[in-house]
Design a protein around this ligand. Structure first.
Ligand code: FAD
Ligand code: SIN
Length: 560
């Protein structure tokens, strides 16, 4: 079996506020692989997995399974920072209001209240653990981002927040008794008598199947941006956790809501590298190809409007000008300020021939964040006993139909702590299933079996899936294209060979997640937050509810 042992060197050699951006991790080389029974099995090593593991190790043995190296995750790339109501004049109530507004009527108020009230304490824990947040005159520096009414974004290394968090947490894990198995792909949640009791995994180096048992199984596998042709997410973001939990029988929710970040670098041959919303927080302006600032045509908050609004505005501008990117202009700031505040972005753009201190950068929207996921309560409990969800893969309806910037890292911290608390018996008994009296209602559904009438379906490949999702399940959707996609996806799912290696397991997971997203998007006959239907362009009161999907039993299959 392959353990982990590489010395992790991250960063671009720059400094910000006196903090070096390169850190070294000295990880153990030989994990105790003979042990197969743990108290906590955590799948994933981003902020959600590592934070949960560090909290859980106080209470039992912990195993982390992660399919790449420990630092292969979305967290590493987080730029803008973590939102928390810490500044003068700010409060949990204001933060809650902003979150609810961005969420477009689909946030669960209790979950948002938990997030915004408990957030500052969880951020304080990160500071105690050594995450070097940037300061100004000895105080934590607080930035601004879209749809936040106050400056409340803590950042580290300028725009290298995720890198500092991931390396700090990974270092603590390396110094702990937690067992980490890198290159270990979780392939199945083991369930007996309605309760999760273990995980089947595959050592991707030797192709050996591994089996672990645990009292608490925590899915922290992050998002699924790789479903789309253009995404800010790294290669590991293939939505595995939703597929694992759904296949095990857990309910999933809100999957029609996928957030498209408005400003990813857009140049032929370059990856969709994120240009942080914090740039607009510092006054950067979106311009069309004639140099005109256009966002005030679309929203009173102009460049700091919610992400779904800005992404749709850019998509409209791109369409009206023949498809090319728009421009993000931060050249109003002094060059040394731009270099210090956005060192990673500045370096990336320079490498691609754009000096953002002098000229605007070409940008376009890209798939960024999965608002939906495994349905959990505010203690991270899923609908399946013994199974918990934490981080981007989980959905407690805290982000509703559109996540507020920098609330994701906060969400992982707050709910990691709650997951561990609930395994210790600190959570109240689960409420009776069903809508909470204060929150939006639910509509329950299963995967509809469609008639296979699409003779001209393209062959399944990662690229054909990404193209299908980008074209038909992207920023603008309509019923006809969604239905066609549902049929193609179903066909692919039925004809796909049994997965045998990492890429084929990931592809199978992505096809299933895509099917769930399309079904939910077809059901929701309205436009709300990140879900925009050209055939139902307005929000509808009828749809102030969540779509919850569970596995169909074969006897329930119908044809439409
Ligand atoms: P991840 O960090 O993605 O970790 C998931 C882990 O699960 C990985 O280790 C992965 O390898 C592992 N895994 C997946 N499937 C399997 C499997 N089958 N078996 C074993 N392991 C598996 N949010 C903010 O709040 N502020 C920001 O500034 C910000 N900036 C961002 C910038 C970028 C470019 C991106 C992509 C996202 C950003 N986000 C930001 C979102 C935020 O970073 C993520 O939502 C958050 O890091 C998710 O953390 P996580 O631990 O849930 O998942
Ligand atoms: C960004 O820096 O723009 C990303 C922040 C986020 O996704 O919350």
């Amino acid at each position: 079996m392959r353990g982990y042992g590489a010395s992790l060197a991250l960063g671009c050699g720059l400094e910000y506020n006196g903090q070096p951006l390169t850190q070294e991790l000295n990880l153990r080389t030989v994990p105790p692989v003979e042990k197969t029974d743990y108290d906590y099995i955590i799948i994933g090593s981003g902020i959600a997995g590592l934070n949960t593991a560090l909290l859980a190790q106080e209470h039992g043995s912990v195993l982390i399974l992660t399919k790449g190296r420990i630092e292969d995750c979305n967290t590493l790339y987080a730029q803008g920072g973590i939102a928390a109501a810490l500044g003068p004049g700010d409060s949990a109530v204001l933060h809650m209001q902003d979150t609810l507004t961005a969420g477009a009527g689909l946030c669960d108020p209790e979950a948002v209240s938990v997030l915004t009230r408990e957030g500052p304490q969880r951020v304080a824990n990160l500071i105690q653990w050594g995450v070097p947040f940037d300061t100004i005159h000895g105080q934590i520096a607080l930035g601004r981002e879209g749809a936040h009414s106050m400056p409340r974004i803590l950042h580290a290394g300028g725009d290298a927040t995720g890198q500092h968090i991931e390396t700090t947490l990974a270092q603590r894990v390396a110094q702990s008794s937690i067992t980490v198995l890198e290159f270990s792909l979780a392939t199945k949640i083991l369930v007996e008598e309605g309760r999760a009791y273990g995980v089947e995994a595959r050592d991707t180096a030797s192709s050996r199947t591994l089996k672990f048992t645990g009292r608490y199984i925590i899915v922290a596998t992050g998002g699924g941006g790789r479903l789309y042709r253009f995404t800010t997410n790294p290669e590991v973001a293939t939505g595995d956790g939703v597929a694992l939990a759904f296949n095990a029988g857990a309910a999933v929710m809100d999957l029609e809501f996928y957030q498209f970040h408005p400003t990813a670098f857009s140049m032929e041959g370059s990856p969709s590298f994120l240009l942080s919303e914090a740039m607009r927080g510092e006054g950067a302006v979106l311009r069309d190809n004639q140099g005109r600032a256009f966002m005030s045509d679309y929203h009173p908050l102009a460049d700091l409007a919610p992400r779904d609004v800005v992404s749709r505005a850019i998509a409209a501008e791109m369409e009206s000008s023949g498809g090319g990117p728009v421009r993000l202009d931060i050249s109003h700031l002094p060059a040394d300020t731009v270099q210090a505040r956005f060192p990673t972005i500045y370096s990336f753009c320079m490498e691609h021939g754009v000096d953002i201190t002098k000229e605007p950068a070409p940008v376009a929207p890209a798939a960024h964040y999965m608002m939906g996921g495994i349905k959990t309560d505010v203690w991270g409990r899923t609908s399946l006993g013994g199974l918990y969800g934490c981080g981007e893969v989980a959905c407690a309806a805290v982000h509703g139909a559109n996540r507020l910037a920098s609330n994701s890292l906060l969400d992982t911290l707050v709910f990691a702590q709650r997951v561990v608390a609930s395994t210790l018996g600190d959570a109240p008994e689960p409420a009776t299933p069903g809508p909470s009296p204060d929150g939006p209602a639910y509509v329950a559904a299963t995967l509809t079996q469609r008639q296979l009438v699409c003779a001209s379906a393209p062959a399944l490949s990662l690229e054909s899936l990404q193209d299908l999702m980008w074209r038909n399940v992207g920023i603008n959707r309509n019923g006809q294209r969604l239905l066609l996609s549902a049929r193609i996806l179903q066909l692919w799912q039925r004809t796909m060979p049994k997965p045998e290696d990492l890429p084929s397991f990931e592809l199978a997971n992505m096809v299933l997640l895509a099917r769930l997203m399309v079904e939910a998007a077809l059901l929701r006959q309205e436009s709300r937050g990140s879900h925009f239907r050209e055939d139902f362009p307005q929000p509808s009161e009828q749809w102030e509810k969540h779509v919850v999907l569970t596995k169909i039993s074969t006897s329930q299959e119908d044809a439409t």
